[in-house]
Design a binder for this molecule. Sequence first.
Ligand SMILES: [Ca+2]
Ligand SMILES: [Ca+2]
Length: 590
Amino acid sequence: MLLRHYGMALAVAGAIPFSTHAQRTFIRVNQLGYLPLEPKTAVACSLDSTSIKSFTVQDVNGHVVFGPAKAQAFGSFASCASTHRLNFSQLRKPGRYTVVAGGASTSIVITSKTYDGAADTLLAYMRQQRSGFNTLVKDSIHKYDGRIVDHPTRTNEFINVSGGWADASDYLQYVTTSANATFVMLMAYRDNPKAFGDRFDARGLPGANGVPDILDEAKHGLDWLLRMYPGGEDMFNQLADDRDHMYFDFPWRDSSDYGWGKGKERPVYPCTGKPQGLFTAKNRSTGYASTAGKYASAFGIAAVVFRKSDPPFAKLLRERALAAYRLGRQHPGVCQTAPARSPYFYEEDNWHDDMELGAASLVDATGELHFLGDALLHARNEPVTPWMGKDTANHYQWYPWHNNGHYEVWRNGTAGEKAQMAAFYRRGLAAVAARANNGFRVGIPFIWCSSNLMASFATQAYLYRKMTGDNRFREYEASALDWLLGANPWGVSMIIGLPAKGNFARDPHAVITSKMGYQLTGGMLDGPVYRSIYQHLKGISLHNPDEYEPFNTGFIVYHDDVGDYSTNEPIMDGTANLTYLFAAMDRSNH
Ligand SMILES: [Ca+2]
Ligand SMILES: [Ca+2]
């Protein structure tokens, strides 16, 4: 295992995580590259209190093309005893360069093509996560989904809910994450259609089918959501539960037994408006609205996107969006995911954000402006996504990680309403930025799934900039994106396979990587967490020596190890969430 590990890392020139000689300063960069006209910063992380006065940027011939320029000292951050920001934003000429500082150097690239195809790369992971027809085995998996549980009159009844995506490296499926993923992918396409290509068919197999691949993927999600909410009074929320965790199986050989036989039917949970859990652990559900709003928004935006290409499908989606939204109004409150044998569940506590987005999506889907009034009321109930500015939060307590609803309201609002939505975003961004006075310019809390928070912060900052032209958070936005692509203490891109020759996770918490050596291209990892979280989660232990050990001495940790499900597990909804930002950064749209 160890040999495979180091062998792959060494094959990447300049991307060795840690060398045995006494290198103490490491220059961390956005490994994918830098856009010519955008902010460009590298971060020097020193494992001792090194002071760096200046840095240069050299071309491939070793000629200095920028600097010596001042290295901006920012003190310690996590394992970095000292950090320095190396800002070369003024270097705009495309090319390959080397950033040199404090006896260390790292290569970078500046090109307008930095993000070309990056959003499509994320979709590779989404295809791999498909339930129903799966591209890896070219066959249907989880063929017996599923049987209704926890229902007053329909318990044990079979319902066909085949399809959708596995949530992470287990095979649970949630409407809350799947509907958000579907919404964001449709939003990404609506706003930046030119970022997406057509190289795969509807089933996810290679070969163009005349449909942008992002819409093929969104359609796969919609088909599942339409099964999970067939209309009417029963709204389903979850397929399978954590009894899945008994086995670390291939998806096509899932041995989970929910009482109907190994590998047979999986349970389908409805929203009930009450605390849910078939065994000891219970969630704190109070209503339907958090799930109903997400259904309404995914169906609502889809009704607009498919209006021209498939009018009957668009009509069905519009009707289903209205039905879901009505059910959300009847049952305010949250519909959380249901735990089974384990104490963990998605502890979502907010639902105004979901109903806001649902209502705002219905404005475009139906042309009825009264939905905008609904959306505004919900927006004012939760102006700022509550994790922003905080030091911690429960698992998925404030979800989605940013509220696209404010942007959707802004699109149809009056001047005053637009200004209010921008002000709401500004408050959240300012609260995060106020905590970001460090060398990496990051102010998110390092709770479980920190990469999601990083991506959502950057997306909200981008939307705010687009809405207002105000660049005050520009540097923080770029820093969050840089962090995800390698400008972090470990020098690891949090997206597997991006860039193709970069330094990314070789040993993620995923069975098809650990047992088949298959690379989960495009998957975004959970990302670093507070040391205290890592130490207190159940069932975590490293399977191999930690190659990033020198960088895991601070308040946050990251391990490229199959045993660490807290930092090194790819996640479906986070990956989909990033499609918007990557598409927006793709210069083919501009
Ligand atoms: Ca296609
Ligand atoms: Ca919510």
